[in-house]
Design a protein around this ligand. Structure first.
Ligand code: KG4
Ligand code: ZN
Length: 341
């Protein structure tokens, strides 16, 4: 029998400190400490995020090992997010992972956060479908919006991406206009369930076939709301469900239109979604509909692997570990890193 491979994953790219342990690509633990401190500022404050990571990292890693019921001496390798992300946040995870790998004398595995969102689909789960190569992945998060052609675990090509805001920002900034807390995406999703998606019409941006633009939509929403509030100061309160449903409907329609263009261009009908916004119920429903009506096979991640988490870092580390693709101890964090790097 082969010796089991235990990988510890560490994620600290933005405002969640997370650690996970995988055994042979199966999740034994996946601990996420969210940082509440940012919500009152309406966005992530980099300096506060870095400080909170420093406080969280040791207890979060300890908890992940305890829940997995293993000791650190049993670990085969340590995976960490090298980038992209906030430099001060990345540095905490990077230096912690380097010291631990050095102390335990085990391989260090550097992980690209954007690849990890996509490779979360390869976490071994009972009853989970794994996409076959090649597949198309729509990566939608607070920092990115990309359509990626995935030819192999580490062979990816960006087919299209946003030219300005990410889709998560479109959700969060719209939520801010409506006075909802940060991050507002999940609130919009929740209120949208009770509203009419056709109540208000917002103009969709005109950009290239596979590219995205969300800054115009955000401005359109802002002007619309300001105008309505001038006419009726209670407009938001009285129509919150319909406003959220209409915003979400517009955003999801944009995402689906781009995916259809990608299928048309590539002929690939295996479609995955990844990233925090892939937790959105409307995009999940639309993809399920596409299975029935468009003949696509779709891959929708489990909720816990959509927003930032260390299980996705650990699975990427696992795939690198079995390829003997280790990082040098001199590796440094990189705030800007493309999915292809
Ligand atoms: O992947 P992620 O955790 O962090 C980044 O790498 O950016 O994504 C966070 C984003 C936020 O913009 C958040 O509002 C959005 O994902 N999000 C959602 C939902 N859950 C999280 N957006 C819409 N609907 C949701 N249910
Ligand atoms: Zn992310």
């Amino acid at each position: 029998m082969n010796t089991p491979i235990y990988i510890l994953g560490i994620e600290s790219s933005c405002d969640d400190t997370s650690a996970a342990v995988l055994c042979d690509a199966k999740v034994l633990s996946n601990v996420v400490a969210n940082q509440e401190v940012h919500s009152k500022y309406g966005g992530v404050v980099p300096e506060l995020a870095s400080r909170a990571h420093q406080q969280n990292i040791v207890p979060v890693v300890q908890q992940a090992l305890e829940q997995a019921n293993i000791t650190k001496e049993q670990l085969s390798g340590i995976a960490f997010t090298r980038g992209p992300g906030l430099m001060g946040s990345l540095l905490v995870g990077t230096s912690f992972a380097k010291s631990l790998a050095l102390g335990l004398d085990i391989p260090l595995l550097d992980v690209n956060h954007m690849q990890a969102h996509i490779l979360a689909h390869f976490i071994k789960e009972e009853a989970a479908k794994t996409p076959p190569f090649p597949f198309i992945c729509l990566t939608i998060s607070g920092g990115h919006t990309q359509i990626v052609k995935v030819t192999n675990y580490f062979e990816m090509k960006i087919l299209g991406e946003t030219i300005d805001d990410a889709v998560g920002e479109a959700f969060d900034k719209s939520a801010k206009i409506l006075g909802l807390p940060y991050p507002g995406g999940p609130f919009i999703d929740q209120y949208a369930k009770l509203g009419n998606p056709k109540a208000y019409k917002f103009t969709k941006p005109k950009v290239g076939d596979l590219d995205f633009s969300f800054s115009g939509l955000k401005t359109g929403i802002l002007y619309f709301i300001q105008k309505q509030v001038r006419l009726n100061p209670d407009f938001i309160k009285e129509n919150l469900h319909d406003i959220c449903a209409s915003i979400q409907f517009t955003i999801v329609a944009i995402l689906m239109e781009k995916l259809k263009n990608a299928v048309k261009q590539t002929g690939i009908k295996h479609i995955a979604i990844a990233g925090g916004v892939s937790a959105n119920s409307a995009i999940r429903n639309s993809l399920q509909e596409a299975e029935k009506h468009l003949g696509w096979t779709t891959y929708i991640p489990k909720f816990e692997y959509t927003t930032d988490n260390a299980a996705m870092i650990a699975i990427t580390g696992h795939l690198k570990y079995i390829n003997n693709d280790y990082a040098a101890i001199s590796v440094t964090a990189k705030a800007r890193l493309k999915v292809t790097e």
